[in-house]
Design a protein. Sequence first.
Length: 503
Amino acid sequence: MKKVIALLYIFFTVCHLNAQTSPDTIEFARSKAYEKKFTEADRLLTQYNLGHNDINALRLHAQVLYWMKDFNRASEVYEKTLVSFPDQHVVKLDYGRMLFETGKLSHAQLLLEDYRTYDSANAEVNILLARLYYWNGHIQKAKERVADVLKPYPDNPTALGILAEINTLTAPYIRLRGIYISDDQPLKSTDVEVEAGWYRSWLFNPGLHINYNHFTLPDSLFNSLWIQLGNKISFGNSGFSISATGGIFKHHANDNNAILTGNLLLAQKISNSIVLEVFTAKKPYQYSSTSVRSPVIQNFSGVAVNLNKANKWLGRGAYQAEKFEDDNKIQTIYLWLLAPIINKKNFSLKAGYAFNHSNADRNTFTSVKSLNSVIQTTAAGGSVEGYYNPYFTPNNQTIHSLLASVGILLSDKVNFTSRVNIGVSASSDYPDLVLTKTQNIYSINKTYSKQSYTPIDFQNELLIHLSNQVTISGLYGYTKLLFYTVNQGAIQLKYAFINETKK
């Protein structure tokens, strides 16, 4: 009997001590977490929560797991806490905040909206929801949540910043650009571009593009006009968007008959930094001297994966096919990646690598002169001058390039960017034309030889913000390819009809 009494005494004493030390365990784990000894805090809380159902311990454990970047386990703890304490709205705020910060936006929005039914004046919740609605294209809802913050806190910088972003995004704008291009084909062009757009909502984001081109060849002048009207639809948290454009293209050498053009782009956000694209388009080709004399239309399609990690790591990999009206097709595979080297407020430097391989089904390099003219001026076995007619066709063209990109913030209103792409190893099967004579019959034969070269693409822009509404920029580009060498300059003016007092 004494043994039974002693055992009961020990049992109740242990229970009493446990009851006394439970809060101490939580505080001890909290102190470990504050010391950034997260593994030890996780061990203590995991063991403690196995035998207890304490909301403070569960919330602390979820926070520790978040600090450890173990987001899956943190979510499991939050879900368990919501089941055990469905009326504790603070858990919804904790969980919603974590999901927002880790990019699980759909679930975050549901939890934050649920919390707001309990506390509609919470500034943090209203700011988070304003951002979510803004990103999803629900502009009016975003403005309402911002207003909920500004009513009690009219100088809240975050809310004012979101409102400024919304006013900038939704302001109609017009962009004018004048471009001068000169290459060694020789071909010169003076182009005027007009672009206008107005973001109204996730469903209605229209844009207008007008391109007028004036081409100068040694013996003639040509003009073309391309007008496009399109819209973009973004399906919110799904990360899916559709961009569609229809247009007409007129070339005065084609008696100004209108040619219908179009573009369709489907984009799906895979993660916070990766977007998958599928695209197809029917558009004019206006790069060779022959295509300027008579309109050339191409069907352009492909698939691409884009990387943008906080605007630091940038990249793209794609396959594209260009099909022309003569059933010839050019296929291209390319990828490029830029990594951050220096990332300061006023200066950034990125460097990277690019690869490109392209090949045409049929080569379009042909003689400049007719066969009879060649016979009169060229001996059998002699080389014949040629050109690409009516468009450039690469043959087993492979390019390995080094990339660099520089951004310099000269002041709050002046920004300079420069990027260069230099081919360190590039080769292509280059066509050669030779006049041959067999049994008194002349013909022009095409042969190929492997040719190495150094492609260069060098682009620069100086952007000046004259005001919140007006920006002006100057651009210069130099491009050296197997096909030609191009110098290009441009001046651009953009005006945004921003109402800065708009609430």
